[in-house]
Design a binder for this molecule. Structure first.
Ligand SMILES: *Cc1c(COP(=O)(O)O)cnc(C)c1O
Length: 389
């Protein structure tokens, strides 16, 4: 254990890490290098959507590894085509681009939006409106899109052409002018504190976008791939975006991200317009096909599991809990009088892996196939820790 940690002296210290090294996982359980067992309510920040080492996922990935891992996008692959078909069928959109991460997915989606506008209207109509408190990634452009100043301090100058407006206030969007090409939102601001945007607001944004020929881009990196009980969160909201980005949960922990384009944007990106060497390789696409196959059986239970966790926590009547915000298995517990990072450390000590979000929120993103037993074990640890405060 000490060895695992001290080996990190040459890894740049960009993350605040907990002094734990996991060495094994199965389902919604993890084991650290001392053999201690944990319940996983974090799933690698929402990526291990089918839990750890799911037998069908392992079999599919291992089988593909033995055959062929990567060919580059100069060639066709069976898993790439099948996954694209599947994602279009699940989303109702028309075409997909595969990259490797959420930030890269958003970058590509932004490029598609700007090209649409430039092709149709010429220069000077490239502004992307995003929301305050949003999170869209860590590259220079997706940081420009991110509406949280704490991420901006050291890295100027940023990519031009982004404006932030307050979430929930449609008049701020209505006041925008001729330079706008797209609006990019998360339906639930994950990193920003699990802020669930009102459905009426999202519907109003969609209507406004339609009227002004602004593209509606939805960042589904955290909310997508079943997290909210729908394949993509907009499907529960009665809107159809022009494009969405996805990453986190799609390949069960392997790096895959990308974006899907709807009718309006179909045909906008052509040979040479965009690329990514690793994007959508055989391993990651095979993993994603296995994840989708597993989740097809799990999706109908996601909302009920989330509601169960929410109601169990509500019933604990904890004085530190100000609010519980949830859609499916994306839960934010807003706290007072105690920092979420401190609770998180105590939960970890007691065998529960959880996350924080924003300044005062504890966040749960359990695997989507978590069992009721594992939910109960996790909640028992949570209750014990909170009651001791
Ligand atoms: C995590 C996240 C990203 C960034 O994804 P990376 O894979 O870390 O680049 C972008 N948008 C949202 C909503 C996210 O939750």
């Amino acid at each position: 254990m000490n060895n695992i940690i001290s080996n990190y002296q040459h890894v740049l210290p960009t993350y605040g890490r907990y002094p734990v090294a996991f060495v094994k996982g199965a389902g919604s359980r993890l084991w650290d290098s001392d053999g201690k067992e944990y319940v996983d309510f974090a799933s690698g920040i929402g990526t291990n959507s089918v839990g750890h080492s799911h037998p069908r996922w392992v079999k599919a990935v291992a089988g593909q590894l033995e055959l062929l891992a990567h060919t580059s996008n100069l060639f066709y692959t069976q898993p790439g085509g099948l996954l694209a078909q599947k994602l279009c069928q699940l989303s109702g959109l028309e075409g997909v681009f595969f990259g490797n991460s959420g930030a890269e997915a958003n970058e590509g989606m932004i490029k598609a939006a700007r090209k649409y506008s430039r092709d149709k209207y010429g220069q000077g109509r490239a502004t992307i409106i995003t929301l305050e408190n949003s999170f869209h990634g860590r590259t220079i452009t997706t940081l420009a899109a991110t509406g949280q100043d704490k991420f901006h301090q050291h890295f100027h100058p940023f990519t031009e052409g982004f404006k932030h407006v307050a979430a929930g206030d449609i008049s701020q969007l209505e006041a925008q002018g001729e330079d706008v090409c797209a609006v990019m939102i998360e339906t639930i601001q994950g990193e920003g504190g699990v802020n669930v945007l009102p459905p009426e607001y999202i519907q109003a944004v969609a209507r406004l976008c339609q009227t002004r020929d602004w593209l509606l881009l939805i960042d589904e990196v955290q909310t997508g791939m079943g997290r909210t009980g729908y394949w993509f969160s907009y499907q529960g909201l009665g809107v159809l975006p022009d494009a969405i980005s996805f990453a986190k949960g799609i390949a069960g922990g392997l790096p895959l991200g990308g974006f899907l384009l709807g009718k309006k944007l179909h045909g906008v990106l052509n040979p040479g317009d965009h690329g990514s060497t690793y994007g959508g390789n055989l391993i990651c696409c095979t993993a994603a096909l296995a994840v989708i196959d597993i989740l097809e059986g799990e999706l109908p239970n996601v909302e009920a599991k989330g509601e169960y966790i929410r109601s169990q926590i509500a019933a604990m009547n904890l004085p530190q809990v100000v609010a519980i915000r949830a859609r499916g298995l994306m839960l934010g517990i807003q706290l007072k009088d105690i920092a979420p990072a401190e609770i998180n450390q105590q939960l970890l000590n007691s065998g529960l892996v959880a996350l924080t979000a924003g300044a005062d929120v504890l966040r749960f993103l359990p695997p989507l196939n978590i069992s009721t037993e594992d939910i109960d074990s996790g909640l028992a640890i949570f209750k014990a820790v909170m009651s001791k405060l």
